[in-house]
Design a protein around this ligand. Structure first.
Ligand code: FAD
Length: 355
């Protein structure tokens, strides 16, 4: 362990630059240090908060009465499977974007659409990270975790992880610490079939066609950059936690009601977007609902606001507070509920307070 500090400010460890201190901050630089630090804190009956890239957390201004353990473990092991596919077992603290770049450089397909997502590899299973038609649940084949209840290190299969749209059994819980994630990828010069219309258009192909892996990675980066969705210190629109709200997933009948309400409110020509979802449900667009409830890009003239380039990204303009951010998010969620009867669900994890 190279670093330990009391009353440590957490805001600098987050992409949105918000949140008060933790009682103690310890940086764990290997899998063994991570296990040992958590074990010790548990033995001393301290509360534990695992923080990694800080790109999906909204930490209270008052901070958190806990030992914050900063995941900084590194290493990637590669193995060839009997079916010729290739498994990468990646330590939790590895930067996700670098893992995607390395997989593309090694001509392995399966992660290419997830380029540019900030944060660490160990956090990707927590909300089943996804973008542009791909999600990590499709390529994760094993998860090594430390189980704080049993004090054991165990390997979980994907079926044990409860993966869903931007969720898993781990999100919001604190029983498991992810130590390493195994992804099994397919050797190929080409991407998986591209499922996302905007990406297919950018690549000049039809949805369902494949494109060279590195073209896909570069196109995804460019699309994300245009929306302020890659971290860039010179881009004020990237001072966020990414999308603040998930897209609503509704039952068939709830969706019909919403469609009716939307047609009355905005007229039949402005169609509510729909995307297929599992179990006969329908996914719709949180951004569409937010915009039609009167909140446009750039909304908010204070220290927090909506990004100028992405309706779902709430940004800290420099001097904001978590209280202001949450007040803005509430205003937006209340507006959508008032106008469309849909309760928006926040995507990031709240720490030291709740939604
Ligand atoms: C500009 C921007 C764009 C984004 N775009 C996307 C996107 O396209 N798709 C998407 O899905 N997400 C996106 N995100 C959200 C975020 O990047 C991901 O959720 C990412 O996986 C979070 O990683 P992190 O290391 O920053 O986790 P943190 O924010 O540090 O932690 C998030 C949660 O995971 C827990 N956690 C982290 N590591 C571990 C571990 N090793 N073991 C146990 N628990 C752990 C934490 O306790 C916390 O509850 C975006 C965020 C930003 C800022």
């Amino acid at each position: 362990m190279t670093f330990e500090r009391s009353r440590a400010p957490l805001a600098p460890l987050t992409t949105i630059g918000l949140g008060g201190p933790a009682d103690r901050l310890i940086r764990a630089e290997s899998e063994e240090e991570l296990i040992e630090t958590v074990r010790e804190a548990d033995r001393d009956r301290e509360k534990v908060f695992v923080i990694a890239g800080g790109s999906n957390v909204v930490i209270a201004d008052e901070g958190v009465h806990a030992t914050a353990i900063h995941v900084a473990s590194h290493g990637i092991k590669t193995a060839r499977e009997p079916d010729e596919r290739v498994s990468l077992t990646v330590q939790a603290g590895e930067q996700w974007n670098a893992v995607v770049a390395a997989s593309v450089a090694d001509r392995l397909s399966g992660l290419e659409c997830l380029a540019g997502i900030p944060g660490t590899t160990g956090a990707t299973p927590i909300q089943n990270v996804g973008a542009y038609g791909q999600e990590v649940a499709s390529t994760i084949t094993a998860l090594r975790v430390y189980d704080r209840e049993s004090g054991e290190t165990v390997t979980l299969a994907p079926a044990d992880c409860g993966f869903g749209y931007r969720t898993s059994r781990f999100k919001g819980g604190d029983r498991y610490v992810v130590l390493a994630v195994t992804f099994t990828l397919t050797p190929s010069e080409l991407s998986e079939p591209v499922a996302y219309p905007q990406l297919a258009e950018a690549l000049g192909i039809e949805v369902g066609q494949r494109a060279p892996l590195s073209d896909v990675r570069i196109a995804v980066h460019a699309l994300r950059r245009a929306k302020g969705m890659v971290i860039d210190p010179t881009d004020p629109d990237s001072v966020s936690v990414g999308s603040f709200f998930t897209n609503p997933v509704l039952t068939g009948s709830d969706f019909e009601q919403l469609q009716q309400r939307a047609a009355e409110r905005v007229g039949p020509d402005d169609q509510l977007p729909t995307y297929p979802a599992p179990e006969g449900r329908v996914k719709t667009s949180a951004a569409w609902l937010i915009e039609r409830s009167g909140f446009s890009r750039g909304y908010g003239d204070g220290d927090v606001g909506i990004s100028d380039r992405h309706t779902l990204a709430l940004i800290n303009r420099g001097e904001g507070t978590t209280a202001e951010l949450v007040a803005l998010a509430r205003e937006i969620a209340d507006g959508v509920e008032r106008d469309f009867g849909v309760k928006l669900v926040p995507e990031p994890v709240f720490v030291g307070h709740s939604w």
